[in-house]
Write a protein that binds this ligand. Structure first.
Ligand SMILES: [Cu+2]
Length: 329
């Protein structure tokens, strides 16, 4: 499972698992609220490794889509900023303990299928440094931002994440998601049109609502201003032993964080796409399945990280730590 150069690294990071998609929770994932019975203990495993036959796209779980276990785990607005996260932590099952690590990087793609997993269109491609080399295995440190294409039609979709590392290991996990229309107002109407929002609507959606807030900190009650970062918070403290100044500063820090988060959530909806969703390239899925030769691409492997031959319109370049190379297909 490891190239020679990785043996030492594996010891250093005390790796216990390969990476899997953590958020949105995967089909049959241990953190998916709709999973019944045991989670799939193989979500961490690369395809065809360890004498296990490759199960097909999405770790073989596409059949769950129309069942209770395949209900959407998240709703994204077309055009919104979103993120996914990866985990190398052990899948919580009684039977298996997948072994591996973040392999100090690799290349990833995420994409969406609108036909229940028959075809996957690329949404975003990471050429190198995915998972993040220094991010360890905790999903809190393996978060990747992307933008849901503005022209994805509303409805249910399959979100897919793929990974090819320098050991020529391929993994793919999927999550059932719902896409809502892009104007930010029709979350409850999955069948609504996907047309871009009228400018006036986008405008009003961006207007900051009042974000003034009250916090209770160290037995002080603090009022923090709305909409601005420069004002200070004002606290009333019960105990004279508490430094009001310090608490006011702490409250402001808290409040700023809240404002920043609120701003992120209100990111403007994108209105146009350079490449129409249906004209985006397909995700590269038939690559490096260990138990299959026919129809497979093969990555160059160490010391190269995969360069996707057709990465689509949104590419995140890695850190240049390893040269990129296209696979042979
Ligand atoms: Cu491995």
């Amino acid at each position: 499972m490891y190239g020679k150069g990785l043996a030492l690294l594996a010891l250093v990071t005390a790796a216990q698992a390969h990476m899997h998609l953590f958020f949105p929770p995967t089909l049959k994932g241990d953190n998916n609220p709709f999973t019944k019975g045991d989670a799939d203990p193989l979500l961490n495993y690369p395809y065809g490794c360890c004498g296990k036959p490759s199960p097909g796209p999405c770790k073989g779980h596409l059949g769950l889509l129309d069942t209770d276990e395949g209900k959407p785990v998240v709703t994204w607005q077309a055009g919104q900023k979103a993120n996914f996260s990866l985990s190398g932590l052990q899948i919580n099952t009684p039977t298996e303990n997948p072994y591996g690590g973040n392999h100090f990087g690799g290349s990833c793609q995420v994409g969406l299928s609108l036909d229940k997993g028959k075809t996957f269109k690329v949404v975003s491609t990471w050429q190198g440094n995915c998972p993040l080399r220094e991010g360890g295995e905790d999903p809190a440190n393996q978060v990747f931002d992307f933008v849901v294409p503005a022209d994805v039609p509303a409805g249910n979709a399959v979100f897919a994440w793929t990974w090819v590392n320098r050991e020529k290991e391929f993994n793919m996990n999927c999550a059932s998601v719902a896409i809502a229309g892009g104007n930010g107002e029709n979350q409850q109407q999955p069948a609504a049109s996907s047309s871009a929002p009228a400018p006036s609507k986008t405008q009003s959606a961006q207007h900051p609502e009042s974000t003034g807030a009250q916090y209770t900190l160290k037995s002080c009650t603090c009022e923090c201003p709305s909409q601005t970062y420069t004002d200070s918070c004002q606290c009333t403290c019960e105990s004279p032993a508490v430094s009001r100044r310090l608490v006011e500063r702490e409250a402001l820090t808290l409040h700023k964080r809240r404002l920043q988060h609120a701003e992120k959530m209100k990111a403007p909806v994108r209105r146009t796409e350079a490449v129409a969703f249906k004209s985006r390239p397909d995700m590269l899925i038939n690559i490096d399945w260990k138990d299959k030769e026919d129809g497979q691409c093969h990555s160059a492997g160490s010391p190269y990280e995969l360069k996707f031959p057709d990465p689509g319109p949104t590419v995140v370049q890695g850190d240049g730590e390893y040269q990129l190379k296209e696979p042979t297909c």
